[in-house]
Design a protein around this ligand. Structure first.
Ligand code: ZN
Length: 400
């Protein structure tokens, strides 16, 4: 039995040729900066929800007489068979529009006699493409620039799902001198086309997995390789060895801090001496909601909040931000998201600790002793300067 969903060859279409109500739903989703659209069948309706800034919002955009039609319209646009399917369906839609080209990844599954669908905008959240606009502290920007300009070694971008790792990977790629370097990437999927970079997409259906793709790319004389993302033993080992052999390798990895990223690579059987020799820098990140600038308010921090600032090595601020809600932000209190970062350069001591095989606790203590700003401290600082709410910063601190 084939365990993979049925996949169609993706198609390129003009946005304005899409039928209604699909075209309106997509247009509104793009205007509202939605990253995902969800359709779910309910007894007498089609439940439509957008994910904006990581939060689901229900939308009443489909009129009663249009219910049921929209799933078919998505199937047609995605080149999928419109008959009822008993297996999951997957495809991509490439759309050309007056405000740029973009891609939507479509997944549809049968739910009883109806269907549920998920649409993901692959390029909707990709406006930040240079390192300077990531909002990093000057010293962190310097650590990253140094690691890139060394021209060899492994840089890891660690974070959970939906923390903006791909945006950072692309920002790092943009910082490379593409005139003087051959830059290649292997991605699953390619979320955004970057001019001047050879981007290869993993295609399991045609036998092109991460490892096979990496092997092909390594034979193409690359100076730098981007990997999105390391998920198995073969690609982890190949990536680390390529970095040790003199290439610059920048890879995303699912991990919540530097120590966990290193543990993940060890788990993928990367030998300690290879890892300690190759790893130059770990960027750990989270994506938090920005407060709405129109309505956010400042208030004094509570004694517990002051203690939290002190715990993370910061002087408690006079005021912190709080989300309120106004007409501008749909009474939501937030508008857009911002990256929170922890930058861990791997110097001689940390490299030695990796080679020795220090356990997670010792390794974390050693990182803390080096005095780089933690993810928690970065979030608390952004709450003090009014970019995010104190509630959002606390949520991050208590979740770790
Ligand atoms: Zn507001």
């Amino acid at each position: 039995m084939n365990p993979l969903p049925q996949r169609a060859v993706h198609t390129s279409r003009q946005f304005n040729d899409l039928p209604e109500p699909l075209r309106s739903v997509l247009r509104i989703a793009l205007t509202e900066r939605a990253t995902d659209i969800h359709f779910d069948p309910a007894p007498s309706e089609e439940v439509l929800r957008f994910r904006v800034d990581g939060i689901l919002q229900r939308k009443e955009l489909i009129q009663a007489d249009q219910r049921g039609r929209i799933i078919n319209q998505i199937k047609v646009a995605a080149n999928l068979n419109t008959d009822h399917s008993f297996v999951p369906l997957e495809s991509d839609i490439e759309l050309q529009s007056e405000w740029g080209d973009f891609r939507i990844r479509v997944s549809i599954i049968p739910v009883g006699v109806r269907a549920a669908a998920h649409l993901r905008f692959l390029a909707a959240d990709r406006t930040v493409l240079d390192l300077e606009s990531l909002g990093l502290r000057a010293e962190n920007l310097q650590h990253i620039t140094d690691a890139i300009h060394r021209g060899h070694g492994l840089i890891l971008v660690a974070g959970g799902t939906g923390t903006g790792k791909t945006s950072t990977l692309y920002a790092l790629a943009n910082a490379l001198d593409l005139q003087r370097n051959i830059v290649v990437s292997i991605e699953d999927p390619v979320e955004f086309r970057l001019p001047g970079i050879r981007q290869l997409q993993v295609n399991q259906h045609h036998g092109l997995d991460m490892q096979a793709g990496l092997r092909v790319l390594l034979r193409m004389d690359p100076d730098a390789i981007l990997i999105g993302e390391i998920r198995d033993e073969n690609s982890a080992t190949t990536a680390a060895r390529a970095a040790l052999a003199g290439r610059l390798v920048v890879a995303t990895i699912h991990a919540t801090d530097a120590a966990m990223a290193i543990d993940a690579l060890k788990h993928y059987s990367v030998p300690r001496y290879v890892l300690s020799g190759a790893l130059r820098l770990v960027i750990t990140q989270e994506l938090l909601r920005r407060v709405c600038r129109k309505c956010s308010q400042q208030r004094a921090p509570t004694p517990n909040e002051c203690a939290l600032y002190e715990k993370h090595g910061l002087t408690p601020p006079v005021t912190v931000s709080k989300a309120v809600g106004c007409g501008e932000c749909d009474n939501y209190g937030y508008a857009g998201r911002i990256g929170i970062y922890e930058i861990t350069p791997i110097g001689a001591e940390l490299s030695e600790a990796i080679s020795r095989g220090d356990n997670r606790l010792d390794f974390c203590k050693r990182i803390a002793a080096e005095g780089h700003q933690s993810l928690e401290a970065n979030a608390l600082q952004k709450a003090a300067c009014g970019t995010i709410s104190i509630a959002e910063a606390k949520k991050l601190c208590f979740s770790r």
